[in-house]
Ligand binder design. Structure first.
Ligand code: C5P
Length: 401
């Protein structure tokens, strides 16, 4: 399991019950070739013994800024590391980091670090959704800290919700993607991506839309940013919980017409890759009303007229050097429909979604088949949208190698 040879990683472990997962994470990092030094906060040592981490990392585990015998040089540690990875990052550690506090070895090392920092939070759902935690996370993202989204599921409290530590295997993927980003062929590439639903006005207060949350598009954006791409996102009204990385140029739109106009504008300035992840409404209302339509006892008919097909229109003016990736959500004859979309819309790659109970629009997981115009097919197992984004990005990279 190579991928992190000669990489020096400080693994910060703070005091969450999820600290036991960091033991697995450490093993994966070491197996992948990384040299890992572990810093634990005091409360983390109550969950897992430092001896476990010391044995697996083959380094002393550091917990204190100073002891009777020694002073642990946090500045040196910060300079030694190629990456500081904090997993699990508790609400407390995140709050300290967001405010520049440095009352323990881990936060002091973070404050003196010159290398990138990645946090993988873990906490109970109410702590996670608390406005102060969300504010702190936003602050850290603004400060350039890379953030691994939390998972959804059963929590230590017995409650079910957001706040689970991402699985160690996925955290490893994020680390690899981060280091690959340093020499990815996507670095510096200009990418246009459409995402989210569109909103088609009916009258002053009503509209037609769909259940798209923008999660898949957002996961692709994070993966692109990690590889150093320059991303412009033409973004319908995505779920309010989705935080896009600060490096993205976000152009918010509502209707398919707006999305089309903005996309053409950006596309004509020159892009290397266009990704069509938006769930664009196929139809808009023919005659919208500026006034609220009054209720009567009669049936009401609304005439719909087709929207522009953004992918199709941009496909017509595409150069051979530009790569287009489209999505297909099909309930039947998936492969045939994906194939016909590939040629009709001039896509180089189609990601075919297989909608199901826990895949598709609102889910955190997805089941996708990638179909290239070279007829190469990749069946991606059901995975989190973040992991699927990594598969998609790797396939996109192959076009530039
Ligand atoms: O034809 P269908 O809607 O299934 O095609 C899906 C693909 O085309 C997606 O990549 C979607 O973003 C894109 N599309 C578009 N403009 C539309 C409809 C779909 O860009 N009006």
């Amino acid at each position: 399991m190579p991928g992190l040879e000669q990489k020096k990683i400080v693994l910060g472990v703070s005091g969450s019950i999820a600290a036991y997962k960091s033991v697995f994470l450490l093993r994966l990092l070491v197996k992948a070739g990384a040299d890992v030094k572990v810093i634990m906060t005091k409360s983390a040592t109550m969950f897992v013994s430092p001896l476990t981490f010391a044995t697996l990392s083959k380094h002393d585990v550091l917990t204190d800024i100073a002891s009777e015998e020694a002073w642990n040089n946090h500045v040196e540690l910060g300079l030694w590391a190629d990456l500081i990875l904090i997993a699990p990052a508790t609400a407390q550690t995140i709050a300290k980091m967001a405010n520049g506090l440095c009352d323990n070895l881990l936060t002091a090392t973070v404050l003196s670090a010159k290398c990138p920092i990645m946090v993988s939070p873990a906490m109970d759902l109410d702590m996670w959704h608390h406005p102060s935690t969300q504010r702190n996370i936003e602050q850290l993202i603004t400060d350039g800290v890379r953030f691994i989204p939390v998972g959804h599921g059963e929590l230590a409290s017995g409650l079910v919700g957001d706040g689970r530590l991402e699985e160690p295997e996925n955290i490893l993927e994020y680390c690899k993607a981060f280091f690959e980003g340093e020499n990815s062929p996507l670095a510096g590439k200009k990418v246009l991506i459409t995402l989210g639903p569109t909103v088609e006005k009916i009258d002053a207060v009503r509209y037609i839309s769909n259940h798209s949350t923008g999660k898949m598009g957002a996961a692709i954006i994070v993966a692109l940013i990690n590889r150093g791409a320059e991303v412009t996102a033409i973004c319908g009204p995505i779920d309010a919980n989705i935080i896009l990385p600060p490096e993205v140029n976000v152009l918010p739109v509502l209707s398919a017409d707006d999305m089309y106009a903005r996309s053409i504008e950006v596309y004509k300035k020159g892009v290397d890759i266009a990704i069509f992840a938006a769930a664009v409404a196929d139809y808009k209302v023919q005659n919208t009303s500026e006034q609220k339509i009054k209720k009567t006892d009669d049936n009401l008919s609304i005439e719909l007229t087709p929207n522009p097909d953004i992918a199709f229109e941009l496909g017509k003016i595409k150069s051979t050097k530009t790569i287009h990736l489209g999505f297909a959500l099909e309930t039947n004859d998936g492969m045939d429909n994906a194939k016909s979309k590939l040629s009709k819309k001039n896509f180089d790659l189609v990601a075919l979604n297989h909608p199901g109970a826990d895949t598709g629009f609102k889910a955190d997981t997805n089941k996708v088949t990638l179909l290239g115009k070279d007829s190469k097919v990749d069946d991606i197992p059901k995975s989190s949208k973040k992991v699927i984004a990594e598969y998609i990005i790797r396939r996109l990279e192959s076009f530039f190698q």
